[in-house]
Design a protein around this ligand. Structure first.
Ligand code: GLP
Length: 245
């Protein structure tokens, strides 16, 4: 794992955007895996700036998002569909048909999961997967205990995760109890992984992911087995890292 420690959130976001911009310039048909949550908001704002001011071209890029809440329609204000369109896709020149996000309201969930896996396969796999991390070490919505062999699947959210995400909903009982997420094995097939984290409340999870035993109890620890991972964090999130670079 390469560990990069940025001075602050803005620098982390700029470095992450630069990595993605370099990839798109080198490979205009790049396939990106994208994440939601507060962490990548600065990255998306910077990608929008690079598109608007420096002409970064997304016209041949394909994207796959990690996850969606189960039960939320695409146009629900707290859905990850809305999040991605509001914060990134509506502001760049990506083709709508090149955007993929699992459906939270598919009639047949198993078929939806299989379809999503097939779409990733047909796109040639993911070149660069962006990840955030939950306080409990989750990636996507793969909570502690999720098998490393998992593929796109329905996940039951822990109370910890629902509480952390309650800020996006009017009240706790409106936070969905389930989600659909790429599995750990799906994520591990990406050719390169960029794990982002900022703030002291992520320091323990980052420490466990990078230095802890590889265990299904800390889903992000599986990344130690991937050949090309960049962990890009701000100083606060790096507090439990043994060797900061
Ligand atoms: C959710 C998402 C994850 C994300 C995590 C952390 O659970 N499913 O992909 O990494 O939140 O979110 P935040 O960046 O807001 O801390």
């Amino acid at each position: 794992m390469q560990v990069w420690v940025a001075n602050d959130y803005d620098e982390m976001s700029r470095q992450a955007a630069q990595l993605i911009a370099d990839l798109i310039r080198k490979k205009p048909t790049a396939v990106l895996g994208l994440a939601t949550g507060s962490t990548p908001l600065g990255l998306y704002a910077e990608l929008v700036r690079l598109h608007q001011q420096e002409g970064l071209d997304f016209s041949r890029v394909t994207t796959f998002n990690l996850d969606e809440y189960w039960g939320l329609a695409d146009d629900h204000p707290a859905s990850y569909h809305r999040f991605m369109w509001d914060n990134l896709f509506s502001k760049i020149n990506i083709r709508p048909e090149a955007v993929h996000i699992p459906s939270g309201v598919a009639a047949d969930l198993d078929a939806e999961c299989a379809r999503y896996e097939e779409q990733i396969r047909r796109a040639g796999g993911i070149d660069l997967q962006v990840l955030g991390i939950g306080h409990n070490g989750h990636i996507g919505f793969n909570e502690p205990g999720t098998p490393f062999s998992s593929r796109t699947h329905r996940c039951v959210l822990t109370t910890d995760t629902r509480t952390a995400n309650a800020r996006f909903f009017a009240s706790m009982d409106q936070v969905p109890r389930e989600a659909v997420s790429m599995g750990i094995a799906t994520i591990m097939e990406a050719r390169r992984i960029l794990l982002l984290a900022n703030g002291s409340n992520k320091a323990a999870a980052i420490g466990a992911a990078v230095h802890g035993p590889v265990s299904e109890e800390v889903p992000a620890s599986v990344l130690q087995r991937h050949p090309d991972v960049i962990v890009l964090v701000d100083r606060a999130a790096a507090a439990r890292l043994q060797k900061a670079s």
